[in-house]
Design a protein around this ligand. Sequence first.
Ligand code: SF4
Ligand code: SF4
Ligand code: FES
Length: 478
Amino acid sequence: MSELVKLSINGNEAEAQKGSLLIDALIDKEVDIPHFCYHQALGKDGNCRMCMVEIEGQKRPQIACDTPIKEGMIVRTVGENIEKVRRDILELELINHPIDCPTCDQAGECKLQDYYMESGFYDSRVEVSNKVTARKRVELGSNVMLDQERCVLCTRCVRFCSDITGTNELGVINRADHSTIGIFPGRPLDNPYAMNVVDLCPVGALTSQDFRFKQRVWFLETFDAICNGCSRGCNITVDHRKEKYKDDQIFRFKPRANKEVNGWFMCDEGRLSYKNEAENRFVTPLINNTETVFDNTVTKTFKLLTEEKNVLFVLDPSLSLEEMQNTKNLAKVLNANITGYSPQYIDEKFGDDYLKKNDRSANRAAFKELEINEDEKEFNSFVEQSSLLVILGNSYFDNNLNLLEDKKVISCFSHKCETINKSDVAIPVASFYEKSGTYINFGGTKQKVISKMKKNRPMESITSIIEHIKTMVDKGNL
Ligand code: SF4
Ligand code: SF4
Ligand code: FES
């Protein structure tokens, strides 16, 4: 570990690692430092010159992204001189920019717009008719659209494709103020992580084909969560909105930085999996395939648990730790068996050597922590012995419906599936992003999600249903 040294930032004493980049210290200490080309995942490039700071003893302003920290350094990011330097650079960036913020999908989360507003530089000295124009709609791949006029040529997108994915689809084409970003002929930007360039782009040059023009970002609410697309558990933000007379709807997932889990990025498949949330929802409780109300299903569940002596709980590996723990407690009280058998989530073709894992469930590691067995032999023997199966989100039976013949079945699902039609009692439950809980990823990292989705309809989580049943059991009602 390198040595910690003291420095002064805008008159405040600070500590940072000797030799580390000044811009990292400023970002980590939440000191405002405008920057386009630097990104903690991509490192320095030094092309935008926006991160200029004053360093005592240096004749000229320096770029913070290429300045190593030294003991006793005195740094200023504010002050008339340095702010004027940055304002002049911003003016250069804006010379050919179309200033089409009102119709730009990035408005509200655009760095160029933010810096422009902060700098108070309101009057343009360039006639709009003198600006160099370029193409406004260039499809770089199936999910990414480029507006060449809005690009500030920071090259973050190019460096992502060369340094992170190694796929090299993007390059800078032409020279001087005719330079643009482009793809090589016949090589669209369609790698499995391509949409990360949209988040990396500090301006509205790269937009997501899926999200663009769907919502103004200031109408969206956000909460932190994890992706449930595989056992990596990438950290994400869930952007959602409840419009009048409509359900609270998720509009996009974006990656959230967590150096231990996913760095700064996520895969496109996980990113677009938000769509599964609203599609094909199971919402009305059923008894023998006839619609009923929630209370009736709970009563019928009590009845079946009383009548049937050989009960098996079948858990899904994407349930939360709390749901698994509660079910395990209930199974113990009822003297029932419990299994987590779920081979259907292993997809040998999905994983890669970057983020994606073959296990497409979010919490299989919790089975280990709670000592819930997933063994196939034991599962088969439990199923054979059981007269009642309580299936909690596990889709294994969808392709093995024959196993449910001659059995009583209680099932809890958030989305429609074949198992529901074979159930005596089917209870709709909250989906992954509608409930809070703890998840353990493949590497053992425990992550807590607190959902802020507004309830679209009365829908219980499996935890609350199980708690409800357990209270009845404890009161001696069973
Ligand atoms: S498209 Fe965006 S990320 Fe790429 S160089 Fe231009 S401004 Fe930077
Ligand atoms: S790598 Fe896995 S957890 Fe991460 S975004 Fe993709 S599917 Fe989701
Ligand atoms: S961020 Fe330092 S030069 Fe671009």
